[in-house]
Design a protein around this ligand. Structure first.
Ligand SMILES: [Ca+2]
Length: 389
């Protein structure tokens, strides 16, 4: 059965090979990562972070900075992703992203690291370092992106930065993704000390322009490396324009000049009208897969991205796993390793395959045993795991 994926292969809804186990409850969880010992760190958008044992015992982590999501505020923005540093064994560093008030009182996406201390059953952060803050004068209204990925060699950090939903004078939203004086709508790449790597595409130009690795994104809620060291991103596009992108150094992915989706009906600018399509503008790198317009189905609203290379689901090795908020599902995207083309999409989480994942906000594969862990979003959110049936 084909749903709404316009991909080069078929989208199907096969029988689920997994069982879902609820591990612990959370309020609007947003990101997760594994510690080397197999425990999990989970963020909640309203400025809370926890260590969770595989059995579901939670310990709150104190010492977080204040985001705009404190006390339930901030709309889509608040505390977002968390990632265990490649240097954790030496320095116990966690990295995390959040939207905070800057010195100009505007809302800015921020990337920070801190040391995780544990003593007597309590946990706290110390030595908080703001590594980077989006430097433009724009105030993020939503669409923060904010996913963190480390290079496989542990030498660089990548941050997916959303376009911030900044309307232009004519009401068009997203124009900043093409501007060179902001990081909005782009992937940035930094050394772990926050400096600019000399081999970034425009490193010699300095400033924020030197930090950019790729550009032209709307709301990238997924960023991850595959087992071969390729970087991928998924993004919530405009209406029916969700994308899964293979990332090429220095490439432009087109937003908002091209998209295979449409302006929302409620937009002030060109309501309901299609964007110029990707195939009309070959100077922009097209998505590897996108979820197009079908009147009977919803967009997927991708969030979270992980590549499966574990042993519990051997038939899934090499696949991308994408969370989905609006279509309340987990997607497996099958990739031909020779070409990096998408050859198929499977959706799990609807009645067709009798599994109910809930809205998948973020997911990771356990480095210990290959089980798949995800956070279900929303006020009745949870940490859950998938193991074979
Ligand atoms: Ca695009």
């Amino acid at each position: 059965m084909s749903y709404n994926a316009r991909v080069t292969g078929n989208q199907t809804e096969p029988a689920a090979p997994f069982n879902i186990t609820e591990v612990a409850a959370f309020n609007n969880p947003w990101g997760l990562d594994f510690l080397p010992d197999g425990r999990i760190v989970v963020t909640e958008k309203s400025d809370r972070m926890y260590i969770v044992t595989p059995a579901g015992v939670k310990t709150s982590i104190s010492g977080l900075p204040v985001s705009v999501g404190a006390n339930g505020g901030g709309g889509q923005s608040g505390l977002h992703d968390v990632a265990t540093s490649p240097t954790f064994a030496q320095d116990r560093k966690l990295w995390f992203s959040y939207v905070a008030k800057g010195a100009d009182n505007n809302n800015h996406l921020t990337l920070a690291s801190a040391r995780l201390d544990e003593s007597g059953g309590t946990a706290s952060l110390s030595n908080l370092q703001v590594i980077w803050q989006e430097p433009s004068s724009y105030s993020v209204r939503g669409q923060p992106g904010a996913r963190i990925a480390f290079a496989p060699n542990g030498q660089h950090v990548y941050l997916a930065v959303g376009d911030g939903d900044i309307p232009a004078a004519n009401g068009d939203r997203g124009h900043v993704a093409q501007q060179t004086d902001s990081a909005l709508g782009k992937i940035i790449r930094l050394n772990l000390d926050g400096s600019t790597p000399s081999d970034n595409p425009e490193a010699s130009l300095g400033g924020v322009r030197g930090q950019v690795w790729a550009k032209g994104f709307r709301n990238p809620y997924g960023l991850a490396f595959d087992g071969s060291g390729n970087l991928w991103l998924n993004e919530m596009g405009p209406a029916s324009g969700d994308e899964f992108n293979f990332i090429i150094k220095g490439a432009n992915y087109g937003w908002p000049l091209v998209s295979n989706g449409n302006h929302y009906n409620g937009d002030a600018y060109m309501p309901g009208q299609p964007y110029p399509r990707h195939d009309t503008a070959p100077q922009f790198t097209p998505p590897a897969a996108y979820w197009g317009w079908f009147s009977t189905t919803n967009s997927m609203s991708p969030s979270g991205l992980a590549f499966y290379n574990g042993n519990l689901f051997p038939q899934w090795k090499g696949s991308a796993l994408l969370g989905s908020t609006s279509s309340i599902a987990l997607y497996r995207v099958v990739i031909d390793p020779a070409t990096n083309n998408v050859t198929g999409v499977e959706r799990y989480g609807r009645s067709a395959n009798n599994v109910y994942t809930g809205a998948v906000r973020a997911l990771k594969v356990s480095p210990l045993d290959g089980s798949i862990w995800y956070v279900k979003g929303g006020g009745d959110g949870a940490l859950r795991k998938l193991t074979p049936q």
